[in-house]
Design a protein around this ligand. Structure first.
Ligand code: ACO
Length: 351
């Protein structure tokens, strides 16, 4: 038996925020953002719209596309680093929002590698015979990390007020990170089926010595209390990113992981039809493509329209590639991701 993706869906907010709009709020420019990241625009959730809300939209579409109803789902895996609450996780919130049966829901938090780690768990659940149909959701709302109470009203068109110099200066402090991220959700329904189609092999990695490269120092239970006003004032409740180190790790370790699954499966990298790379940054995606010696058309991307949506990038890309007819029966595709942890890996899938 193999784990087969039988339905996909996405939940992306309506607000499209261009690079020009961001340059009204901080010292940045369309050119800087496009040259460094390839991103042209991203989506921002409405105030109050959460990652579980977007996950519900994506999951409902995936279940409908699979020709199923919520009652047919046997287990949920929810991957997010931006849950609605610290506790409980998003699993129970999605279960209530979708009207699922009393089934187990698992919350995982492997950040950008969340969808890949979720695929591994879903496959193990299915192969063990424990659950037949698993709903895997990757969803993020990054906007609460962004300190734009200073101008947020202007950004989403609720005010025409000019941003003050002080607000602009404060927004500029985090511009290296904020311009890269967007909000969104993707989901997949995975079912155990006999036949050639389905997941072939996953290899996952963790290197905790890279934990400080991409992290959030504040709001953690190593401190008493776990969050203080001082930590907020010091910016410790915002993600910290050593951008160049993350870049180097991404363009080295993702190609290694792709080669690893190909070698272990006895196929060549050349024979892959598509490689779906975590959509962090166009320069990273092109770096992976060149390191693998693949033509650009085999490594599709949509980071220019959504930015980095962390656990949601791979399921959103998968859904778009299926919708656009890029993925056809009989193809070898590989998913690969790297993110905070460091966690990374790759999965080989036969359509
Ligand atoms: N607009 C304008 N200028 C900016 C901005 C911005 N948004 N952000 C930073 N700058 C400035 C910096 O202040 C710096 O100015 P200075 O030279 O006067 O000090 C200058 O631009 C250059 O900054 P660098 O950090 O050297 O720029 P770099 O070329 O390294 O690009 C970037 C930064 C885009 C973050 C790059 O390191 C990168 O792509 N890293 C990968 C990180 C990534 O994609 N992370 C996503 C999350 S992790 C994941 O999903 C894998």
């Amino acid at each position: 038996m193999r784990s087969v993706i039988i339905g996909t869906g996405i939940g992306v907010p309506a607000n499209i925020v261009t690079n020009e709009a961001l340059s009204q709020l901080m010292d940045t420019s369309d050119e800087w953002i496009r040259v460094r990241s390839g991103i042209r625009e991203r989506r921002y959730a409405d105030p109050g719209q959460s990652s579980s809300d977007l996950g519900v939209i994506a999951a409902a579409q995936a279940i409908a596309q699979a020709g199923l109803t919520p009652a047919d789902i046997d287990a949920v895996i929810f991957a997010t680093m931006t849950p609605d609450r610290l506790l409980p996780g998003n699993g129970p919130l999605l279960q209530k929002g979708l009207g699922l049966r009393d089934i187990p829901t698992f919350d995982i938090r492997q950040q950008c590698s969340g969808f890949l780690y979720g695929l591994e768990l879903a496959d193990l659940f299915i192969q063990s015979g424990r659950y037949r149909r698993v709903l895997l959701v990757g969803a993020e709302v990054h906007t609460p990390f962004m300190p734009w109470h200073l101008g947020w009203d202007t950004l989403i068109g609720q005010s025409t007020r000019e941003i003050t110099e002080a607000e602009r200066a404060e927004n500029t402090l985090t511009r290296d990170r904020t311009v890269l991220f967007g909000d969104g959700a993707g989901a997949a329904v995975i079912e155990g089926r006999e036949g050639e189609e389905g997941l072939r092999l996953i290899r996952l990695h963790t290197d905790g010595s890279g934990a400080d490269v991409l992290t959030m120092h504040g709001a953690g239970f190593k401190r008493r209390p776990f969050v203080t006003h001082q930590q907020i004032d010091d910016g410790e409740t915002l993600p910290f990113m050593a951008g160049k180190e993350v870049f180097r790790s991404a363009v080295t370790l993702m190609p290694q992981a792709v080669r690893e699954v190909c070698e272990a499966s006895g196929i060549t990298v050349d024979s892959l039809d598509l490689v779906l790379v975590h959509q962090a940054n166009l320069r990273i995606i092109e770096g992976v493509q060149k390191a693998l010696g693949l033509p650009p058309e085999k490594v599709p991307h949509n980071v220019e329209r959504f930015g980095n949506t962390t656990a949601a990038t791979l399921p959103i890309l998968l859904h778009e590639c299926l919708t656009d007819g890029l993925i056809r029966p009989g193809m070898n595709l590989v998913f690969t991701a790297l993110g905070s942890g460091l966690h990374w890996g790759a999965a080989l899938y036969r359509t």
